[in-house]
Design a protein around this ligand. Structure first.
Ligand code: PLP
Length: 359
């Protein structure tokens, strides 16, 4: 039996619409910068993809190699001369790109940004750049972005939104800039985008041959970009995923804490904290039982990593005990039942070591 994929937040399976668009762009070939007919055909595909992304979010679109580069470009271009304030649960792509001296803003126990702390930080001082992710990749928790944006506006701050995990939600996403990633939408890896609103000037992170109106050097990865746009436009059945997600949560049973359960969340994501259990043990045991999930935090060299997201949410000792279950766009109807069967076996083995997990 094929393994059950519950790791969509790592990468979504390729959508057929994206595969078709990718193959069409590959077949067309050509470099969008060439002036001959082949180049013009490639440019048409590129500009069509740009219009698709701009049509969804407004503003101008700079294509990048992925979400990490889109976030790095935003920080590179917008942070000079500004204080950088970032949520404590931001992705490593944002944290690592932030300049030294950037301040981390606390989140509440449910993972949402502490607006009072944001307002206090914004008051006084030089103009700020605030980085707030739309949806957290570990918990799926959605920040109150409308309120964050209003506070930024009233204090003259710029807002950068890492929308990598939330770009398919219908809710309007505020922000002067938005970072997107193709493979998190069901497009191929290799393309992302930075959306710029309000005519912001942008110094390139990667200088080069003037591509992307001088904002990002390097020949555009046309097949991946065409796939990104097609994946963004493909239908996403959030209510169906939310009901599968609820059933997966119910299958987890007693003794498991769902991080951010009462906050608004992505429809497909559960971060299950198993107090006293190392997440990697569970990830490996579930893999052997045919279910693919992730530890909330990545591990390195076999060491149990602690999740900075769970730490910021106050999980303390249990910050290394989160497993993330994230349903892909094409999750089968029997995903909760298949998960339940695998989980029962894993849980039985764990509970011999940790009785609180016994049902
Ligand atoms: C919230 C968030 N931001 C940024 C990234 C980086 O995106 P990419 O893999 O396209 O570089 C990820 C990937 O895990 C993510 O989840």
């Amino acid at each position: 039996m094929t393994p059950l994929d519950l790791d969509a937040n790592a990468t979504e399976p390729l959508r057929p619409e994206a595969r078709d668009a990718l193959l069409r762009a590959l077949a067309t070939g050509g470099n969008p910068s060439s002036v001959h007919g082949g180049g013009r055909a490639a440019r048409r595909i590129l500009e069509e993809a740009r219009r698709a992304v701009a049509g969804r979010f407004g503003g101008e679109v700079v294509f990048t190699s992925g979400g990490t580069e889109a976030n790095a470009l935003a920080l590179h271009a917008l942070s000079p001369g500004r204080r950088v304030l970032l949520g404590a649960t931001e992705h490593a792509a944002v944290r690592a790109a932030a300049p030294q001296g950037a301040s981390a803003l606390p989140v509440h126990g449910d993972g949402t940004l502490d607006l009072a702390a944001l307002e206090a930080a914004l008051r006084g001082g030089p103009p700020a750049l605030v980085c707030a992710m739309a949806a957290n990749n570990e918990t799926g928790v959605l920040h109150p972005l409308a309120e964050v944006a209003a506070l930024c506006r009233s204090h003259g701050a710029l807002l950068h939104v890492d929308a990598v995990q939330a770009a398919r939600l219908s809710a309007e996403l505020p922000g002067n800039t938005l970072a997107l990633s193709g493979h998190k939408l069901g497009g191929p890896p290799g393309a992302g985008a930075l959306v710029l609103r309000g005519g912001l000037a942008l110094t390139p992170l990667i200088p080069g041959g003037g591509q992307e109106q001088g904002r990002r050097g390097g020949t555009e990865a046309l097949p991946a970009i065409a796939g990104l746009a097609a994946a963004l436009l493909a239908p996403y059945d959030a209510p169906r995923l939310a009901s599968l997600r609820d059933a997966v949560e119910a299958a987890l049973g007693e003794g498991v804490v769902i991080a951010g359960k009462d906050a608004p969340r992505l429809p497909n994501t559960v971060l299950a904290v198993l107090p006293g259990v190392a997440a990697e043990t569970v990830v490996i045991a579930l893999d052997l039982a045919g279910v693919r999930v992730s530890a909330g935090a990545a591990c390195s060299s076999g060491k149990v990593a602690r999740s900075h997201v769970l730490e910021a949410m106050g999980f303390g000792e249990d910050a290394g005990s989160g497993i993330r279950l994230s349903l892909p766009w094409n999750a089968p109807d029997d995903a909760p039942e298949r998960f339940r069967r695998a989980w029962e076996g894993v849980r039985a083995r764990l509970s011999s070591r940790r009785p609180a997990l016994a049902t």
